[in-house]
Design a protein around this ligand. Structure first.
Ligand SMILES: Nc1ncnc2c1ncn2[C@@H]1O[C@H](COP(=O)(O)OP(=O)(O)OP(=O)(O)O)[C@@H](O)[C@H]1O
Ligand SMILES: [Mg+2]
Length: 243
């Protein structure tokens, strides 16, 4: 089985003279949950946007299931099986929950009803809210609609940008708990997160992005135990002092 996602030395950014990603490589294997950590502005969102065709890749390449997708347009990548949940404004606030979900399968309209059933099985809290405007939902419910919309395209790879942003610790746990179930349904997951501990706890592996490159990588359990990661991302300053 080839890697689901194989990012090879990608250089990318918003203007050619100022690359944000300066040679990033990472892989996501079939059935894995992989988290990318990094400080504010490290380029985590830029990395996901480069993969999904929203930021141009100047050098390097991205393979999806062994197929070179460098420079492919976003709509084509969604059809091929990559779904993306943006960091902010990831639901259509004026549309209903059902309308949001239906848009996620717009290119596969005959599948909408069946996929909606599967999404509601994963997120039972959304049952009964189908006609509610997404903008009137709680933060946690909105995030479930955003995930659900992404899952409506029946992706092979789900990319999530800061899924816990704005959520309470309790909801964060609930949302991350769902990621294991989504993975168990056959969907490989790439997360970028500031909430390192919660994300690593549900992940198989992690990478740390710094200064435009992958600065560190390892099994999620090892990263959770690492004094450097603890000090920088898990709020464990005392642990570094003890070393
Ligand atoms: N649309 C844009 N145009 C120009 N520069 C941008 C744009 N979006 C982001 N940047 C810059 O690119 C760099 C990386 O931003 P990015 O959003 O990828 O970081 P991030 O790691 O996701 O940060 P955060 O943790 O705050 O979400 C930052 O210096 C940012 O100012
Ligand atoms: Mg970001």
């Amino acid at each position: 089985m080839p890697a689901v996602l194989d990012i090879q030395s990608i250089v990318a950014g918003y203007t050619p003279s100022l690359p944000i990603l300066r040679g990033v490589s990472l892989t996501v294997q079939d059935g894995e949950i992989v988290t990318v950590l990094g400080p504010n502005g490290a380029g985590k969102s830029t990395l996901i946007k480069a993969v999904i065709g929203l930021v141009p890749i100047a050098e390097g390449r991205a393979l999806f299931l062994d197929r070179d997708i460098t420079g492919s347009p976003t709509h084509q990548l969604v059809r091929e099986g990559i779904a993306y949940v943006p960091q902010t404004e990831n639901v259509f606030a004026r549309l209903s929950v059902d309308e949001n979900l239906a848009l996620g399968a717009d290119f596969d309209r005959q599948e909408i009803a069946a996929r909606r059933e599967r999404v509601l099985a994963l997120f039972p809290d959304l049952a009964g809210l189908g006609r509610r405007r997404a903008g009137r939902l709680s933060g946690g419910q909105r995030q479930m609609v955003a995930f659900g919309r992404a899952l409506m395209s029946a992706p092979k790879l789900l990319m999530l940008d800061e899924p816990s942003a704005g959520l309470s610790p309790k909801l964060t746990q609930a949302v991350f708990g769902q990621l294991r179930r989504i993975r168990d349904a056959g969907i490989t997951i790439l997360i970028v997160e500031q909430n390192a501990r919660a994300a690593l706890q549900v992940s198989d592996r992690g990478y740390v992005l710094a200064e435009g490159r992958e600065h560190m990588q390892g099994d999620a359990a090892d990263l959770l135990d690492s004094p450097e990661i603890g000090a920088l991302y898990l709020g464990d300053r005392s642990r570094l002092a003890q070393q």
